[in-house]
Design a protein around this ligand. Sequence first.
Ligand code: BMA
Length: 943
Amino acid sequence: MTWLHRLVVVVLLLGTAAARHRPRPHQVPLDGGDWTLYSEVGGVQVAGSVPGGVYSDLRAAGQLPKDLFYRFNDEDYRWVAKANWTYDRSFQVPRGVLAKDKQVLVLHGVDTVAEVRLNGRVLGTTDNMFVRYRFDVKGILKDAHNRLQVRFTSPTAEASRRAAEQDKQYPVPPACPDASYHGECGVNHLRKMQASFSWDWGPAFPSMGLWKSVHIEAYTTAVLRNVGFTARPAAAATAKRWDVAVRAYWEVGARPGESPPRALLSVTLTGPDGKVAASEDVAATLSGDAEGAGFTDVALFLPKDKVQMWWPSGYGAQPLYTVHVALRAFTNWGQSDRGDLWDQMTVKSGFRTVELVQEPVDEAHLAKGLTYYFRVNGVAVFAKGSNWIPAHVLPELGGDPGVVGHLLHSAKEANMNMLRVWGGGVYESDLFYELADELGIMVWQDLMFACAMYPVGSAFLRSVDTEVRQQYRRLNRHPSVVVWAGNNENEAALRGDWYHTQGPLFEQYHRDYVKLYVDTARAAVRAEGLATPFAVSSPSNGAQSEADGFLAENPYSSLYGDDHHYDYLSDAWNPAVFHNTRFGSEYGFMSWPKRPTMMDATDSEHADEDLALGSTLAASRQHHPGGNLEIAMQIMQHLPLPQDFNKSEHFDTVAYYSQIYQAMATKTETEFLRRSRNLLTPLGEGRTMGALYWQLNDVWQAPSWAGIDFSGRWKMLHHYAVDFLAPLLVSPFVNAGTLLVDVVSDAPRSGELLVHTDVLAWDSFQPRAQSVNAVTMKGAGSTVRALVKPMWAVLREAGCPENATWGQAWGCVILFRLTDTNNATLAENFLLPFSPKETRMPTATFQLGRVGGPFPGTQHQRWDYELTLVASSPAAFVWLEAGPVLGRFSRNGFHVTGAEGLELRFHSDQEMPADELLQHLTVRALNGQGFSRVQEGVELLKI
Ligand code: BMA
């Protein structure tokens, strides 16, 4: 760089810092409430909004009189989806717009099948809600009295029409979801959120609407569309620098026949410390494709020792860099007079490397399979977390900052470092990925295909190609996005004949599968950039599936790839029932939300009728075939389910027990997976490096696998996840009558640690036996066995019953505490030698003292309240609730095992006097008794 050039960069930087937050000058927004929504049939006409959708607007206008999720409204409001709807508005454009060469209508998200008209002229049609549509409106746009109409076709009608059309060649199943879904048919024929026609955890609200922004773009030469960012350490081992490619995606307005414009692209990279880390100017000729779109790469180089690396949560910090791109007219290269600023964008990104490592677990025996794990910045990372479903069944509400923020912060607070954005939802909002970057939560990004075969007509494939490229360009700069995956369970479905695809058409379906996910989706990702791993399906055998023509003999193989594992019949508190896998990307158990959340689905008039496992509402909320029976059967394995559990007086008990079962089962399976990270059996099983349970969140108040319910309340599972996903885990388990205790460390930890084992009977806080075992940790990723002892010996030494006590002697619980050599607690755990239903426990009485607050929040919620809980004797699965107040306790579902008061916090966004909170607090415990809504056997005293 010449000194002059350097000066130019400084001047430019000063300018861009000030300009960063200015609105993009070429956009005329058409968002807001100035729209009208009407249906051709029935004459309904209401105010419409953008971003928005028909259900939201009809509800806001009172046409849908009660909440969408009130009782049976999912079915009662289905008429909405059967009609065609039009969004209509008039607008004027500011002076100057019509003088621009390029005038484009941009619709960032159209859900889904629609015709777009401006001033009576059909601009075109849409049929993919994941695609941004642009229509040239030059010559149609006027300065005043413009009328924009977007006419939506009923998605259910269109899905049926397309399915029938496809059937003329061959069917592309499933024709319809299971009857228990109360859903709609044929969603696989539409590029629409697949769960909007119902799922086994969600209602059908087949939405329509402009779910993202709409605007006119008017410019003369060119605009920026996206900014990509790829950073790699320079290939040569000796090179001490990072190579960065900032990819500026632009669109040009030049008319055919005109020579492409010359531009100056100026890129500035600002470090987390606010100082400029690198900058570069590049002159480019913007010759785009047929649509006028193209990109320019701007290369930057950073010295290695200056780069601050982005790490997954638990492995290091998440420093983010600011990337600013300015697009200007090219005038005099190297001169101080810069051309006109056409456009500029500012985004954030980070430095990290990621590999999906698939190497032989045993070089000498290749048949033992391949590893399947993520290596980030050269470090093997155990992926811990859950699966993300949309935050709302209506796509326009799924990006709500409060909800997305609560869920992602909750994930982080439960020690998660990865979320899988599951393929039946949507590509999430920018905010979702920005937060994931900030919090260090890695994202496994499915493409939006789930549990179905899909058509492969040329128009469909073209649309998928556009969808994948647009989404990749929008999202791939996020350091959190570590893998793209083609689909959810479609390899397993095809191989497992879920949709009756065996028979003469099997090869056709197989060819279609490869055409869609490999030749189209993966090819699109690869054409865009190679930096991020791509998995064709989940579950799959990874490289081995590929070698098997992308259709493994057994996509659930324990020796390859990832695994989805569901088993509702076995005793999931016993780790012996679980399968080994390289990477558990789905497993889980259902539970019911508690009453405060379920009350949002009913009202006090109907609560008794509705809140019962045997009610019509419970049947209509339970979409998983046989799900309520499975929940009851699982509870029965370990907990004293009342005989007439279907009745309303037992709803609270069933919900509470179901959450205990779910928390314990998921804890047992996750700890099993974590203990297996260094396991390698003679068959080659083990080397597990992922535990993502199904599912993080919910879309309505219903029984599901979620750990956080639709109101945002943490179920017992999410509280348990804090411990079972913690970087250091002390994990006891019983195998064939032997107690084994492992210490698992994700975090770098070397040296001596102590495992303290206390055996307690439920009648006294005084331990009956205590022992300490030392272990030596060997750095990050180590698993060390701390104890191996016959269970009978452990129990006999403590004078505990060696068999189920069934109401005879008091049963025992074994407590484990991991400390450093200074007795600082690092992790805790427990083991129940027998099922609680077989264990005699005295009834504990609780006292609650010193409710204080509100104080400034110590978690992501704004306020904290302090409280002390004291129990008269040990208490199992103690559950605190704050009634209608939204928030969560610092711990919940725990056992009280000490006489000293337990200091707890309640984290909430609601501010109120502590006394008012106290009015709402309830506590219950298992304690060998069934409990009713009035909490038999538990006293809540104010002291
Ligand atoms: C898997 C998921 C989801 C489903 C879940 C629970 O099949 O991919 O499709 O909701 O299990 O059944």
